[in-house]
Design a protein around this ligand. Structure first.
Ligand code: PHE
Ligand code: ZN
Length: 883
């Protein structure tokens, strides 16, 4: 039962009042406690009588004893906020049941039964957006992880697989389109009402169930699979949005083709539907044959979507489609195995996007997300292995660790095996486990057997949390270069000491004079310390290490700045070039922030950075997309991560100072670059996207060094923009600088796009994450804006995630940023706990922030913890964060 949601104690009862002030302790679920369910449910039939206010659900479950499990007299059917309206067993009214918390426990004498359960739910009142809910007058579902139990009583666990037959009926005018998983088998009309029957032939767990009913229109197309089967494809949206679905459809077709070519995976139904909804907790959901998407990852046209939005759509469409094999055909045995489907599917979508666009730039973007989000998670109070050992609320484990580090771990296997052998491993995995609810161990074993790798020690990556730190030292004597590597995996909550893990590092040793190397090598560091010798070097070479980011670790090496300048200009691995620039700038900024830097040192470091950056600006061998990466400063959060205890104000100041310095020093080069890029006409080609990227970067440097000039350029870019990338980039820069142009363009932007929710989200975000000193006041005012609502997760995130992700505002020295986020969490928790809990981690970073602020952050966490009736989601995150 959800203890954390029990009603408050009545007044005046001292005993009860005492109990209420005791901290609530929701049950902890442990991975080692897994036992198979006592029953199998081969078939499910559900009838939905649909209504926004009231939906009646009649579910019939065919249940049989699971001969592989211990015999039990009862069957536990999970529920969440449901009451039993009717219960029949084998056609007779059933009295032999009891409620255990929210669950229904039915006594079953025999080995085979049919259970018929009637429930009634209110979609319109469902603000959690889990289960069946209303969004903009339509009905839709979200069942992962435990939403199905809000629709009907069911063994709501991923290892119970059933075939579903669904009949849905409702008012034809209100819900002209009725969709469910699988294939539509029959339709009919009855007066004002109509109905549809759907059958999904593939057994699936309840979390993959989906239903949609509403007034929708589709962009339709088809795809012919490698075995010649024609699949009907639809992207369903609200009337008026159809013109913005072309990119989504094209991305879907590309995904289907790519998965056949790259992983040998073919689609397995005659129909594939995607539905866009505007109220959605996450990005999208891979329900069998009926993916439900946040509108953010479907709708795009040049006028309203940025290049980044286009990429996001392609990536998420790919991701959900790829789940059909890595997630649906093979699902998870239990939620501790979440990375089995998510880590693998993230890797698949990353490789897909690499193949569709610029592979090196995509790799850099993925590493940036890993470092910006997952590294902080892994070094804080919420650190957990990619396969966690315990949880209280599973929603809290849809994390960057499970998803992104999970992908990195599988990517390492691929790096060690090589592409071909890795493919043999995934083929074996799909073969062996098709139709099953599998474990991470099943996956590793398949790769081990199929690819011919020994992964025994490598399995530690699944059980140990924390980002390994590798120290690299290169010595040279005679003709030999000697690389000494040491690894350290820091302690994390519940894991005080760690064992060394196998760390695959791609390296190259550069000859200084020629700027070349004699071939990339893969070294695997699998001990605490090891030395690798390389012969034939008359001179000391320059070390390029962790090329392509072959392992998700941090490298510590004290490379001389001249080596970094060398690599930034000459490394043939674009990632390593990016890395050298990051290290060059990051090393300087960390030293500057810590106050260790003498004036002469500062001048020397800045000069080296300007030299490297100057070369980047004019290097004709670079495309602009890559140039843009090399021009990007390390983020504030990545810099903070490199310090034991960070002072966010100092980080921000030094970072802005470096931008200002470079903006002045390289003024002419920046403007020449801008002038060239400005001539590129709009298209979605990589060259044209690159031009837009460097343009806005130049504006950002100008904003730091010459604000008046930046305002002039940005206003011009805004006014002449024929696409959202240019317009948003210009407005981003303007929003940070107090000026008449700022006010005017912000107003223009709002008026231009009023009513387009996704674009208005951008308007909120730009103001919440701006460089403007009064951003906190702006956020407070925007909270009162008529377009703001706590009911829509995109809107909440557009204002508050943007704010919490902007360190120089969130860490305002007076603690106002912390108070605002805590207020939000308390207000949002009763409405949408899943989304509310996602705002806790920024406050949870207190141990790594200077003591004055750390105390204020803790104070806010304690204030939240003291609130009555906290959701299990928020309660767990706050408790873990307080540690
Ligand atoms: N399984 C979804 C994905 O990764 C994410 C998701 C989780 C969506 C939970 C909704 C709820 O594609
Ligand atoms: Zn996923």
């Amino acid at each position: 039962m959800d203890i954390a949601r029990t009603p408050a104690t009545p007044d005046g009862n001292p005993e009860m009042a005492d109990a209420a002030t005791e901290p609530h302790k929701p049950a902890i679920i442990k991975r080692e406690d897994y036992t198979p369910f006592g029953w199998v449910v081969p078939e499910v039939q559900i009838e939905f009588e649909l209504g926004l206010e009231l939906t009646r659900v009649v579910a019939t479950l065919k249940v049989e004893r699971n001969t592989a499990a211990e015999r039990t007299p009862t069957i536990r059917l999970n529920g969440d906020g449901l009451t039993v309206r009717e219960l029949q067993c084998d056609g007779e009214t059933c009295e032999g049941y009891m409620m255990d918390g929210d669950d229904l426990v039915v006594t079953l004498p025999g080995d085979n039964h049919a259970l018929r359960i009637v429930t009634e739910i209110s979609p319109a009142a469902n603000s959690q957006l889990m289960g069946l809910y209303a969004s903009n007058g339509m009905l839709c579902t979200q069942c992962e992880a435990e939403g199905f139990r809000r629709i009907t009583f069911f063994p709501d666990r991923p290892d119970v697989l059933s075939t579903y037959t669904v009949r849905m009926s409702g008012p034809k005018a209100q819900f002209p389109i009725l969709l469910c998983n699988g294939n539509r088998t029959a339709t009919g009309e009855q007066g004002e009402n109509h109905w549809a029957e759907w059958h999904d032939p593939w057994p699936k767990p309840s979390y993959l169930f989906a239903l949609v009913a509403g007034d929708l229109v589709a962009r339709s197309d088809s795809f012919t699979t490698m075995n010649g089967r024609k699949v009907e494809l639809n992207v369903w949206v609200r009337d008026g949005d159809l013109e913005r679905t072309e990119h989504a459809m094209e991305s879907l077709k590309r995904s289907m083709k790519w998965d056949e070519e790259t992983f040998g995976r073919e689609y397995d139904l005659d129909l594939f539907n995607i539905v866009a909804v505007s109220d959605f907790n996450m990005g999208a959901m891979e329900n069998k044959g009926l993916n439900v998407f946040n509108t953010k990852y479907v709708l795009a046209d040049p006028e309203t979507a940025t290049d980044g939005d286009y990429d996001g759509i392609e990536g998420v469409i790919g991701h959900e489609y790829f789940h059909n094999w890595s997630g649906n055909r093979i699902t998870c045995r239990d939620w501790f195995q979440l990375s089995l489907k998510e880590g693998f599917t993230v890797l698949r979508d990353q490789l897909f996007s690499q193949d569709m666009g610029s592979a090196p730039v995509k790799r850099i973007e993925d590493v940036r997300v890993l470092r910006g989000v997952q590294f902080p998670e892994d070094s804080g109070p919420l650190a957990h292995p990619i396969r966690p050992d315990s949880y209280s609320e599973i929603n809290n484990f849809y994390t960057a660790t499970v998803y992104n580090k999970g992908a990195e771990v599988i990517r390492m296997m691929r790096t060690m095996a090589g592409e071909e052998r890795f493919r043999a491993g995934t083929d074996l995995y799909f073969d062996r486990h098709d139709g099953e609810a599998a474990t991470c161990e099943d996956f590793v074993k398949s790769i081990e057997d199929g690819a011919g790798l020994d992964l025994e020690q490598f399995r530690l990556w699944y059980s140990q949390a924390g980002t390994p730190k590798v120290t690299a030292k290169l010595d040279h004597s005679g003709e030999t270069a000697k690389l000494t590597l040491k690894q350290h995996v820091p302690p994390t909550p519940g894991q005080d000491s760690k064992r060394p893990m196998p760390i695959p590092l791609k390296i190259a040793l550069f000859d200084r004079a020629s700027g070349t190397h004699r071939g990339e090598e893969l070294v695997v560091l699998d001990k605490a310390e090891d030395t690798f010798a390389f012969d034939g070097f008359a001179e000391a070479p320059v070390l390029s290490i962790n090329r392509t980011f072959s392992a998700p670790i941090t490298i510590e090496r004290s490379a001389p700045r001249e080596d970094l300048v060398f690599l930034a200009a000459k490394d043939d691995d674009p990632f390593a070039r990016y890395e050298a620039m990051q290290e060059l700038m990051g090393g300087h900024l960390v030293a500057a922030v810590s106050g260790e830097l003498g004036e002469n040192e500062r001048i020397a470091a800045q000069a080296d950075i300007a030299r490297a950056m100057g070369a980047v600006l004019v290097d004709e061998s670079l495309d602009d997309l890559m140039r843009g990466e090399l021009m990007t400063l390390p983020s504030q959060s990545y810099l903070a991560e490199q310090m034991l205890v960070a002072d966010p104000t100092r980080i921000h100041e030094e970072r802005e100072a470096l931008k200002a310095f470079l903006g002045k020093e390289l003024r002419d080069e920046f403007h020449a670059l801008y002038d060239r890029a400005e001539k590129a006409p709009y298209s979605l080609d990589l060259a044209s996207r690159g031009a837009r990227k460097v343009k806005t970067l130049v504006l950002a440097f100008a904003a730091a060094s010459d604000p008046a000039k930046a305002v002039e350029l940005a206003a011009h870019q805004y006014d002449n923009a024929d696409n959202m990338t240019d317009r948003q980039g210009a407005l981003m820069v303007l929003t940070g600088i107090d000026s008449a142009e700022r006010t005017g363009r912000l107003l223009d932007f709002y008026n231009r796009y009023e009513g387009n929710a996704l674009v208005i989200d951008k308007w909120f975000s730009l103001q919440a994450s701006s460089l403007h000193p009064n951003a906190i006041e702006h956020v407070k005012a925007l909270r009162e804006h008529p377009d703001f609502t706590l009911k829509n997760p995109n809107r909440v995130r557009s204002l508050y995630m943007a704010f919490a992700g902007t360190p120089h505002h969130f860490h305002s020295p007076d603690g106002e940023g912390y108070r605002m986020i805590a207020d939000l969490i308390l207000e949002l928790d009763p409405i949408n706990p899943q989304t509310a809990a996602r705002f806790v981690p920024p406050l949870g970073r207190w141990r790594r922030i200077e003591p004055k602020r750390a105390a204020m952050m803790r104070e806010q966490l304690e204030r939240i913890a003291a609130a009555p009736k906290l959701s299990r989601d928020t309660f767990e995150q706050v408790t873990r964060s307080l540690g």
